[in-house]
Design a protein around this ligand. Structure first.
Ligand code: FAD
Ligand code: MG
Ligand code: MG
Ligand code: MG
Ligand code: MG
Length: 552
């Protein structure tokens, strides 16, 4: 696929002679957006400021609704139904937006330039390389699959990141059933071919296993009566449980449901090697014994990694030792002005309260008395809560309403203490940082970051005239907007058989058929266009009436 191409060519060949693409309007500032996934598309859809010229560069000229990719693997939903051309999405805008289908191969942060390569296979005679300059760069290129360098995974396993991956899985599943039905194949071999192994018990792996189980039991058993009893689905998970990012109730429900249905759950076993016919697992406990299991098709879904050209960029901006591209809470890449990073390719380097505690105290202590009154303190509380999301989580864990209560408890204000010093302040907030968490790599986070950044750009002029922002504890004096704050709206885990687990804010958990209907309605409403919405709903209806299409 395209992405594989970009990974395979980390060093562009023609860099020095490649032409620099002219700007449309020299008076306008130019924003370059890399990527047409959740983060990039959400930015583009929300950008309204006509004072910018925008160029989008992505090897994919469409947006894909990834939460429905597992449904594409078994033909519950067609691939075409979940993609929308990016040119459709940006067409109606009053902002100058151009799209170029190419992959960025290198970012030159020093000279505000990026090097690109078209992935189109035609005779362009060297015209496929070009350079684009920018005033602002928004990196929204998502993540790579991560094989953790496990031997044989790249060559032998399927992945589920892109639409092409889902289509390939669909063809392979049918291939396996046809192969197993050949008269020449031995029973032993049939069993191997019809063993579907899923590596990784996260949401993607689990949903695929559930979807495949439904496909087999609702449709394929009728079409392949001779081999239906030989089918086996196994989930291999190194940890103790599947779906460990969900509430325990959901994990146990899923585990029990899968056990009942005959989906084989092997927790505590780590895949260490994959060959074309066997998958090698190591027991995490009991002496670490390694065993080989024959398989027909394997899906690798164990987490994400950083793209090579992003690694290279990280080295340029002094982030070489980090695992993921770090931004501040305003989503600006650390160590690089005017470059932003959103979505799966980035992580917010959240500040610790304890690192800034002296500065916070100084700012709150307006009269420089060395102590704070409750009034002085109350004035900075809002800022603290806004800047440090862990504070809210900590208060919630202690079932407190606000920071005043926390301080009153620590500084014995009730006993007549009306002021407190920096030591009290430190004691009160000392455990707050333990609640710090990285945001998950989800579409929800990516989309909210895109909206946030678009709003910042929509108000850029206004903000430049009024440089006082809410919090400037780091003394940089240029944070003009409120920092990005993620709002978790809940999470679904479809478990097959028209049952879905839903975990909504406030630890509200619901599992079963009613959540499945909630899932249908939420996912229909989240489609980016009415065209997608009607296609997806039609696919669902078609599946209810006629079942899934099992042709290749
Ligand atoms: P992506 O959406 O991956 O987009 C990256 C973009 O960058 C793509 O357009 C790509 O073509 C482009 N690109 C790649 N390389 C380059 C390059 N060199 N130059 C320029 N452009 C480049 N999240 C949820 O919240 N809920 C779910 O139910 C859910 N289900 C999922 C199911 C599956 C099967 C998968 C794979 C993911 C799911 N996710 C879900 C996660 C979600 O899809 C990601 O978190 C989200 O796509 C991240 O958005 P992004 O814009 O950062 O990256
Ligand atoms: Mg994107
Ligand atoms: Mg996407
Ligand atoms: Mg991220
Ligand atoms: Mg004071």
């Amino acid at each position: 696929g395209y992405v594989a191409y970009a990974e395979a060519t980390p060093e562009p060949k023609l860099i020095s002679s490649a032409p620099v693409i002219d700007r449309v309007d020299n008076k306008k500032q130019k924003i370059v957006v890399l990527g047409t996934g959740w983060a990039g598309t959400s930015f583009l859809r929300n950008l309204k400021n006509p004072n910018y010229e925008v160029q989008i560069i992505s090897p994919r000229n469409y947006f894909a609704f990834t939460p429905l990719l597992p449904s594409v693997t078994c033909g519950t939903v067609e691939a075409r139904s979940i993609v929308e051309p990016i040119r459709n999405i940006v067409r109606k805008k009053n902002v100058d937006v151009q799209f170029t289908e190419a992959a960025c191969l290198k970012i030159d942060a020093q000279n505000n330039k990026i090097y690109c390569h078209s992935n189109l296979e035609n005779n362009l005679d060297g015209q496929e390389e070009f350079v684009v300059d920018y005033d602002y760069l928004i990196i929204a290129v998502g993540a790579n699959v991560n094989t953790f360098n496990t031997p044989g995974v790249m060559e032998n396993c399927h992945f589920l990141k892109e639409v092409e991956d889902a289509q390939k899985i669909r063809r392979t599943v049918i291939d396996c059933f046809e192969k197993a039905s050949l008269p020449t194949v031995s029973d032993e071999e049939k069993k191997r071919i019809l063993h579907f192994a899923v590596v990784g018990g996260g949401p993607t792996g689990v949903e695929f296993a559930a979807e495949l189980h439904d496909f087999v039991n609702e449709d394929l058993v009728k079409l392949y009566p001779g081999v239906k009893d030989l089918v086996r689905i196994t989930i291999l998970e190194a940890g103790d449980h599947i779906l460990n990012m969900f509430d325990k109730r959901i994990t146990s429900f899923a585990e029990e449901k899968f056990q009942r249905e005959g989906i084989d759950l092997k927790t505590g076993s780590m895949v260490v090697k994959v060959t074309d016919k066997e998958i090698f697992t190591k027991e995490m406990k009991n002496g670490g014994e390694v065993s080989a299991t024959p398989y027909g098709m394997a899906l690798w879904s164990t987490g994400i990694g950083t793209r090579p050209f992003i690694k290279d960029f990280m080295t340029q901006v002094g982030q070489g030792s980090r695992r993921a591209l770090a931004t501040d809470e305003w989503l600006r890449v650390e160590g690089c002005d005017k470059v932003y990073a959103i979505g799966d390719c980035a992580t917010i380097n959240q500040r610790k309260v304890m690192e800034d505690i002296a500065a916070i105290f100084r700012k709150a202590d307006k009269d420089n008395s060395g102590t704070l009154t409750i009034d002085e303190y109350e004035e900075v509380i809002k800022d603290i809560c806004e800047r440090y999301p862990q504070v809210e989580l900590y208060l919630k864990s202690k079932q407190m309403k606000n920071l005043v209560d926390l301080m009153k408890e620590t500084a014995d204000v009730s006993k007549g203490n009306v002021e407190f010093n920096i030591e009290d302040f430190k004691t009160a907030l000392s455990k707050v940082d333990s609640q710090m968490k990285n945001l998950p790599a989800t579409a929800q986070v990516a989309a909210q970051q895109g909206v946030y950044l678009a709003k910042c750009f929509n108000r850029m002029e206004e903000a430049e005239k009024n440089p006082e922002g809410p919090l400037r504890f780091r003394g940089e004096g240029r944070h003009r907007f409120r920092p990005f704050r993620y709002k978790h709206l809940g999470q679904f885990a479809p478990l097959g058989g028209e049952q879905t687990a839903a975990q909504l804010p406030g630890d509200w958990v619901s599992i079963g058929h009613s959540s499945q209907w909630l899932w249908y309605s939420v996912y229909a409403s989240k489609q980016v266009s009415w065209r997608n919405r009607s296609l997806v709903v039609t696919d669902w209806a078609r599946r209810f009436i006629w079942g899934r299409d099992s042709s290749r």
